[in-house]
Design a binder for this molecule. Structure first.
Ligand SMILES: *Cc1c(COP(=O)(O)O)cnc(C)c1O
Length: 325
């Protein structure tokens, strides 16, 4: 798979045609209480209802569907804190491809079990001591596997962008789009789709306060590396943006903001109470900012990507109970 250039909107359109038959067209939910709270019209794009419980299935399908016969026959390797792993594992099984996944030893149990359940082989590593990318690359080299990283890959980015494409095609022009940010696969694809389909739309990336490398990179104009951030948003514990994702983010994103873990917990509780949805901490990033009052959204049409819903019940209960004490 030779990759010479970065993605354009046409890649997202092609990705959509390629994956449409395999991924869910996720629902767009509205909430009158959230509208009252913000004075806006909010459209929640619910990737927590995507296959494998997160948008990552989109990028995984788009990447694997472009494998050559030889790549298919040898297999795929990936590293992930969870949702990308499940997505690759399930897509690989769907397309009859062997999958090897490099996962941190402290990944949420629900994610490890699900990945195994899809038939992937799992290699564990210590996320505070070892370099997962190096382990992935070594496995790729030794076994002839194709490495599909969780965000820094044009096919992955184009696939993730189909979420915002579906949202805008369904609800029409937006004034704002709030998108969770880890390594930027989701944000880059969604920003490109949003600016192409709704040029006036302000695209805002949202990352956890403890790991604001994206915000600092955006402000500085070069990729900032940080230590693994300590946050409950395990899908956004990335240490840096990608070489493919960063230029797209620089070009198409209007701002990058942060929210605290406490805000994420409040938002998880809001979704559970008011909309009857289980949303994982990382999935709450965009909604937490949109509902924080930081932006004056009165009278605006606002898209929010709810990126995933994979959270252990015990962990969910612990967050909710701790915040009541
Ligand atoms: C991976 C993930 C993110 C972050 O996506 P990036 O493409 O790395 O920016 C956000 N939310 C959830 C639920 C995820 O699994």
């Amino acid at each position: 798979m030779l990759i010479s250039e970065n993605i354009c909107f046409n890649d997202i359109q092609l990705a959509h045609q390629r994956i449409e038959a395999h991924v869910k067209r996720t629902p767009v939910q509205r909430s009158s209480i959230a509208n009252q709270l913000t004075g806006a019209e909010l459209f929640f794009k619910c990737e927590n209802f995507q296959d494998t419980g997160a948008f990552k299935f989109r990028g995984a399908c788009n990447a694997l569907l472009q494998f050559s016969p030889e790549q298919k026959q040898r297999g795929v390797v990936s590293f992930s804190s969870g949702n990308h792993a499940q997505a690759i594992a399930k897509a690989a099984r769907l397309f009859g491809i062997r999958a090897v996944i490099v996962m941190p030893h402290d990944a949420p149990e629900i994610k490890v079990a699900a990945t195994r359940g899809y038939g992937a082989e799992i290699v564990m590593y210590d996320r505070y001591k070892e370099d997962r990318e190096e382990i992935g690359r070594r496995l790729a080299q030794d076994q002839g596997l194709t490495l599909i990283p969780p965000y820094d890959h044009p096919h992955v980015m184009a696939g993730q962008g189909t979420s915002a494409k579906e949202l805008i095609e369904e609800v029409g022009q937006l004034d704002y789009l709030f998108v969770p940010l880890g390594g930027g696969g989701l944000l880059s694809g969604c920003a490109l789709a949003a600016k192409s389909l709704s040029p006036q739309c302000q695209v805002i990336g949202v990352e956890p306060e403890a790991g604001n490398d994206g915000q600092r990179s955006f402000q500085r104009g070069s990729i900032v590396h940080i230590e693994t951030p300590n946050t409950i948003a395990d899908g956004a514990q990335t240490q840096h943006l990608g070489n493919y994702t960063f230029p797209i983010i620089q070009q198409y994103v209007d701002a990058i903001e942060t929210v605290s873990d406490a805000q994420l917990i409040d938002t998880m509780k809001f979704f559970a109470n008011r909309t009857k949805m289980m949303v994982e901490p990382t999935g709450c990033l965009g909604a937490a900012l949109a509902m924080s009052g930081k932006f004056d959204l009165r009278g605006r049409r606002v898209g929010i990507i709810i990126s995933g819903g994979n959270v252990d019940l015990r962990r969910f209960a612990r967050f909710v109970l701790d915040s009541e004490l």
